[in-house]
Design a protein around this ligand. Structure first.
Ligand SMILES: Cc1ncc(COP(=O)(O)O)c(C=O)c1O
Length: 360
């Protein structure tokens, strides 16, 4: 990753510090309006992080103790941590056999009388199968919260992710496709009551300046971060286009490499944004070693599925073998470098290293 901070962002940050309230200044309201417009939703509510957006989203739909929320064990652990923070119980279903995202059919099998919501994650910037999740939600009376923390600008059937569920959540952590120059998050929704509840939750539970309607948090986006975010948002489409171009070049230069599987082919109905370009290999560790020894950073998202993380084993008694596809992926996935400022030459160097390693 390499976050881009240009002069217009620096000027916007300085201008906001000198001219606006530091908290809940005008830039925050403008950023929310612009982000909602970008996602084609009616409302956007900024928060201190993507995790906070997920937690507040769940609390805004009234998750209560004993309510179950279904999600994927193959994600960043903040996805399911947010369910616990909100007072619910995270439950998992495995991912698709031939992809990285939560499988709608496996999710359906895990629904119980206590299930209230499903959180599909658009992992690596690849849209989840939203039509099937929406059908499931309609049939079973569940809420859908999209975890779009890795998928700003990705499209499914020609519509931006974030516009499908009851709520969608985004992260602006510095590795994401767009940032705010630090931590930050956003939730988007078309429902006024949800947006009102979320605004209250992120601001101490306020109903008005000196009255509370709920027990909330201090989880607002700083004005300076919103000012940077507004400029980042203007750049997002061109950055995503650059990521798509790089992903295509990876596909062309890595096609047919022995022992390396490329990300699933782009389906007609999906336009991913390649937050990460993830290959799979049974020799993943040797491959990672080889490219790192040659000065290229490689990362693993994620080496341990959430259900096998210590707090989840201790709290819910999960064990190996319960989600076999996620467990297999955890041993195979490798994220190759991708960011909008990466040059074609840099990418060709990475591809050569990958091919070199598997030939040996
Ligand atoms: C899939 C996913 N969900 C949730 C989060 C949490 O976002 P944050 O780090 O802003 O709290 C992240 C990113 O870090 C993420 O990648």
């Amino acid at each position: 990753m390499r976050p881009i901070v240009d002069q217009e962002m620096i000027d916007a940050a300085v201008h906001s510090l000198q001219n606006e309230k530091l908290v809940m200044g005008e830039s925050v309201l403008k950023f929310e309006e612009e982000f909602a417009r970008y996602c084609s939703t009616r409302y956007a509510v900024s928060t201190g992080s993507g995790t906070a957006a997920l937690q507040i989203a769940l609390q805004s739909i009234g998750i209560r103790p004993n309510d179950e929320v279904l999600t994927t064990p193959f994600s960043f652990f903040a996805t399911s941590n947010a369910v616990i923070h909100a007072g619910g119980e995270p439950r998992f279903a495995d991912v698709e056999d031939d992809g990285f995202n939560l499988d709608p059919a496996k999710t359906a099998e895990k629904i119980t009388s206590r299930t209230r919501a499903v959180i599909p994650v658009h992992l690596y910037g690849e849209p989840a199968r939203m039509d099937e999740f929406l059908d499931l939600a309609r049939d079973k009376g569940l809420s859908i919260i999209e975890d779009a923390c890795q998928a700003h600008g990705a499209e499914y059937k020609g519509k931006k992710v974030g516009s499908f569920g009851d709520i969608a959540c985004f992260s602006f952590y510095s590795s994401k496709n767009m940032t705010v120059g630090g931590d930050g998050g956003m939730l988007v929704t078309n429902t006024e009551e949800i947006a009102d509840a979320a605004r209250s939750f992120r601001d101490c539970g306020r109903a008005s300046k000196y009255t509370m309607s709920r027990v909330g948090y201090t989880s607002r986006l700083n004005t300076v971060n919103a000012a940077i975010g507004r400029v980042q948002l203007k750049r997002l489409e061109s950055w995503n286009k650059a990521r798509r171009g790089l992903a295509n070049l990876y596909r062309r230069t890595l096609q047919g490499t022995k022992g390396v599987a490329l990300p699933p082919d782009e389906a007609d109905n999906k336009s991913p944004v390649y937050h990460l370009f993830v290959v799979r290999s049974d020799q993943r560790d040797q491959l990672a070693d080889h490219i790192e020894k040659n000065g290229v950073e490689a990362a693993i998202h994620y080496p341990v599925p959430i259900h096998l993380q210590a707090p989840y084993v201790a709290k819910y008694g999960y064990s190996k073998g319960m989600f076999p596809v996620s467990e297999r992926l955890a041993g195979q996935v490798l994220s190759l470098p991708i960011h909008p400022a990466m040059t074609e030459e840099e990418l060709r160097t990475v591809s050569s290293l990958v091919r070199e390693s598997t030939a040996g």
